[in-house]
Design a protein around this ligand. Structure first.
Ligand code: NCD
Length: 325
């Protein structure tokens, strides 16, 4: 077997997709596909991470990300513990540093953190000797979301990213999902378009590898997928959007728009959905919608991430061979 036939995971943490190369991503997606197979078995549990401990530290609201990390850990037989702001000492004024050191003193192998401040995951990764996964930090990055989106797209697009076009629609400037997806999809050869009101475009977008549109009808023409984003009102300063009705008239994805996309175009949304604001009911519930496939993919991707980070020394694999568990 030549050296090229082997692949070794070399990352201590998963903080941002910008740290991954194409081989890492392909490998992660393949590994997640093996775990997806386990998720379809009648007994959805393997002993792979028995004896490992995963702490879920969520200082921001979450339904999908937190639950899927929890299920992912449990399917691999890791012990998982959850901490949120409500009911924790963060409400008594404890700093991020002290909460992280306290959690680490209990001996976890992996800490999964979601935090409203950009850079929070990298900050605790510098501080602690255990593995850290960024489950969303401010506007900055949401690597496992982008990976699960790629996983869902790879299935829908029958393994071909190159030459595909994807439109990201909505509140780009406050979205960590958009930032991580633009980077990852561009790396995989996808042409990325953005469509949003000018006030919701990020500063410096001119240097992003994207094409920017303000008219949804034109933006959606001939795309292979549309990713709708929620208006992240909790992160917005006042005055960016004078009128939500006007916003939904111009930027809510409806079937009349989707008709202009390629015939087999699919629709993604990281959730939570605000129906009628960024995505119409009939699109959200249509056959084109991958929203629930994304949720299922989230469990498989997070199993792959926990597996790669909790196993030490880092696992190496023979290329092209499926993981047998
Ligand atoms: C996203 C997030 O939290 O960044 N949701 C998610 O993780 N499924 C997007 C959002 O909150 O709109």
């Amino acid at each position: 077997m030549s050296i090229e036939d082997r692949y070794t995971w070399k990352h201590r943490h998963l903080l941002d997709v910008t740290h991954l190369d194409k081989d890492d991503v392909t490998h992660l997606l393949d590994l997640a596909a093996s775990f997806q197979e386990i998720n379809r078995r009648p007994v959805r549990k393997v002993p792979t991470l028995k004896g490992k401990t995963v702490v879920l530290f969520f200082a921001e609201n979450s339904t999908r990300t937190r639950t899927s990390f929890d299920i992912a850990g449990k399917r691999l037989s890791a012990d998982t513990y959850s901490l949120s702001v409500a009911g924790s000492s963060i409400n008594k004024g404890e700093t991020l540093k002290d909460t992280s050191l306290t959690l680490h003193a209990m001996g976890p192998d992996v800490i999964v953190i979601r935090h409203p401040s950009s850079g929070a995951a990298a900050y605790i990764a510098d501080l602690l000797p255990c593995a850290v996964v960024n489950a969303g930090d401010g506007w900055h990055a949401h690597p496992t979301q982008a990976l699960l989106d790629c996983f869902s797209l790879r299935e829908a697009w029958e393994n071909r990213f190159a030459g595909r076009t994807l439109l990201i629609l909505g509140d780009i400037s406050h979205s960590r999902v958009a930032r991580s997806n633009v980077h990852l999809l561009h790396m995989l050869g996808v042409k990325v378009r953005l469509c949003s009101p000018r006030t919701l475009l990020p500063a410096g977008v001119e240097s992003w590898p994207v094409e920017v549109f303000s008219d949804l009808g034109r933006a959606v023409a001939d795309v292979d997928a549309v990713m709708c984003l929620r208006l992240q009102l909790e992160r917005q300063q006042a005055g960016l959007l004078p009128d939500l009705t006007e916003y939904s008239k111009r930027f809510c994805l409806g079937t009349k728009h989707l008709d202009k996309a390629r015939p087999k175009a699919v629709v993604l949304h990281p959730g939570p959905l605000n129906r009628g604001l960024e995505i119409a009911d009939d699109v959200a519930d249509s056959k084109a919608s991958l929203v629930l496939d994304q949720v299922a993919a989230g469990v498989a991707i997070r199993m792959a991430v926990l597996y790669l980070l909790a196993v030490s020394p880092p696992p190496s694999f023979v290329r092209g061979k499926e993981l047998v568990l």
